[in-house]
Design a binder for this molecule. Structure first.
Ligand code: GLA
Length: 397
């Protein structure tokens, strides 16, 4: 009797189990990575195509020396232009002049410093700079990356012809899985097919806009824009982010010279409120102490890296003055008061706007001053410099 029951039960349960496993294998990104937004450095914003082995090694060493690694920056990612051709077997070849020791040796060096290593490719036939893309070579490339010790892949969308974005990114997700090495998968199709609607089970992060520029307000013909304009395009996307799958408003421009320190502090504060991936894009080897101080402010980074994994949202927009807030795991709210105008402005935040009782007393901490400001009943207001941000953490008693 017992035997027959077990037999019957297993006849029903085994197919269900197999179905669940195949569903998981085939359709879900389950690499267990990026449970908080990935942090690291990427070559593109500062160096463009001018990448080589010594730059990457020196940058990796500088990440350690400057305290960036301690602050959480982990992935050293070479963007476009490391690849030059394919050999007669279709294997991707790293430019031997720029990377004479090869990618495996470079990855080993980066790993020896306790950091992780990343590369860039493209879902189309060619990258944005005309280097070989991965279309038709997904598995071969994924296996090569795994053999080299790659931990992060940024995957672009140039030269995709009539390819469909969902199937193209799914193909590389499945190839990476088959290659067997845990690799953060960074989707970069600029928000063109609304990846927030489909990429959760495909990539760990997805770009939401065209390329960031190191400027306050500028637009490029092909769509590049400064961080305030990118910020505008994040409104409403907060519901799509969470542990393992993040909106990516693009890499940081902090330290690249086009903005003031006040503007860079605002850029960094807002990226942390957005739970954005924090990929530094400046020259780490030579950065000024004031730039390092922005990029390594641990209290601000803690907001970005909060384990609850909630992306912040805009809670008030008074034209030039905005209030953004992000719920944190300990029950507190991180708040950014952002002033887009050309003159100092006093910006208030009411406790009710961030989900706290109207008359409650709440201690406020200023995350840039690194100072407790005392108890505030019902609201807090601060003078915010032109193009600047004040960032606080609040939790009623
Ligand atoms: C696209 C991406 C950028 C960068 C370049 C490289 O523009 O959006 O982030 O990777 O390609 O060519």
């Amino acid at each position: 009797m017992k035997k027959r029951f077990l037999l019957k039960a297993s006849l029903i349960l085994i197919p269900i189990l197999l179905l669940l496993i195949s569903f998981k294998e085939g359709w879900v990104l389950d690499n267990g990575l990026a449970l908080t937004p990935p942090m690291g450095w990427n070559s593109w914003n500062k160096f463009g195509c001018n990448v080589n082995e010594s730059l990457i090694k020196e940058t990796a060493a500088a990440l350690v020396r400057t305290g960036m690694k301690d602050a959480g920056y982990q992935y050293v990612v070479i963007d476009d232009c490391w690849q030059i051709a394919r050999d007669d077997k279709g294997n991707i070849i790293a430019d031997p002049k720029r990377f004479p020791s090869g990618m495996k040796a470079l990855a080993d060096y980066v790993h020896s410093l306790g950091l992780k290593f990343g590369l860039y490719s493209d879902a189309g036939t060619k990258t944005c700079q005309g280097r070989p893309g991965s279309f038709g070579y997904e598995l071969q490339d994924a296996r090569q990356y795994a053999a080299w010790g790659v931990d992060y892949l940024k995957y672009d969308w140039c030269n995709h012809g009539s390819q469909d974005s969902i199937s193209s990114y799914t193909a590389m997700r499945d190839a990476l899985k088959q290659a067997g090495r845990p690799i953060v998968f960074s989707i970069c199709e600029w928000g063109s097919t609304k990846p927030w609607l489909w990429a959760k089970d495909i990539g760990n992060l997805w770009r939401t806009t065209e390329d960031i520029q190191d400027c306050w307000e500028c637009r490029r013909d092909w769509g590049g824009m400064g961080f305030p304009r990118i910020l505008d395009l994040q409104v409403g996307l907060e519901v799509y982010a969470g542990p393992g799958h993040w909106n990516d408003p693009d890499m940081l421009e902090v330290g690249n010279g086009g903005l003031t320190l006040i503007e860079y502090r605002a850029h960094f504060s807002l990226w942390c409120i957005l739970a954005a991936p924090l990929m530094a894009g400046n020259d780490i080897r030579t950065m000024a102490p004031e730039i390092a101080a922005i990029l390594t402010n641990k209290e601000v980074i803690a907001v970005d890296q909060d384990t609850l994994g909630k992306q912040g949202r805009k809670v008030r927009d008074d034209g030039d003055c905005e209030v953004w807030a992000k719920q944190l795991a300990d029950g507190s709210q991180a708040v950014v008061l952002f002033n887009r105008s050309g003159a100092e402005a006093r910006i208030p935040v009411n406790w009710t706007e961030i989900g706290f009782p109207a008359k409650s007393d709440a201690p406020v901490r200023d995350l840039w001053k690194k100072a407790d400001l005392g108890l505030f009943k019902g609201s807090y207001a601060a003078p915010v410099p032109a193009h600047g941000a004040v960032m606080i953490k609040v939790r009623p008693k």
